[in-house]
Design a protein around this ligand. Structure first.
Ligand code: FEO
Length: 168
């Protein structure tokens, strides 16, 4: 069994992961509109990974004999003026998600819930990668964003990303 406090933050995190999926999907739609299909592909693949993140927590709550409580998903703000703005928004969001995951880690320690503390380690590692991915793309966009040829090559590179089910 998990405590009500832990159950509540995990349910909240399911919502945040599905919101992340919505955010990436909104960005994917923006990139399709802009004709940047590689960027659109990259963010769409990420949206699917975010759904996996939510589903893994869903299964964990069930495994701990607790109740999943789904909440409404907010509509993301889609006011981006450039690929750089969109990826800066992604990095800001991923840093926020990292802070939420850290809060779950801290709460699970306060509640002496070592199973949840162990479970959440995977997410802590995942957040390092997610922040790095966004940060690397921002670095390239800052270096080459004004150069159409470089943007074309970057777009081509991001088109190669494939979805693989995110296993825990
Ligand atoms: Fe599931 Fe991008 O954090």
């Amino acid at each position: 069994m998990i405590s009500d406090k832990v159950k509540n933050v995990l349910n909240e995190q399911i919502n945040k992961e599905f919101y992340s999926a919505y955010l990436y999907l909104a960005m994917s739609a923006y990139f399709y509109d802009e004709g940047l299909y590689g960027f659109a592909n990259w963010t769409k693949v990420q949206a699917r990974e975010e759904v996996d993140h939510g589903m893994i927590i869903f299964d964990y709550i069930i495994d701990r004999d607790a109740t999943v409580e789904l909440k409404p998903i907010n509509v993301p703000d889609i006011d981006y003026k450039s690929p750089l703005m969109a990826f800066e928004k992604i990095l800001e969001h991923e840093r926020y998600v990292t802070s939420l995951i850290e809060s779950i880690a801290n709460l699970s320690m306060d509640e002496c819930d070592l199973a949840t503390r162990n479970f959440i380690n995977w997410y802590l590692r995942e957040q390092v990668e997610e922040e790095k991915n966004a940060s690397d793309i921002i670095t390239k966009l800052k270096l080459f964003g004004d150069d159409k040829a470089a943007l074309y090559l970057m777009n081509k590179e991001l088109a190669k990303r494939e979805y693989h089910k995110h296993e825990y």
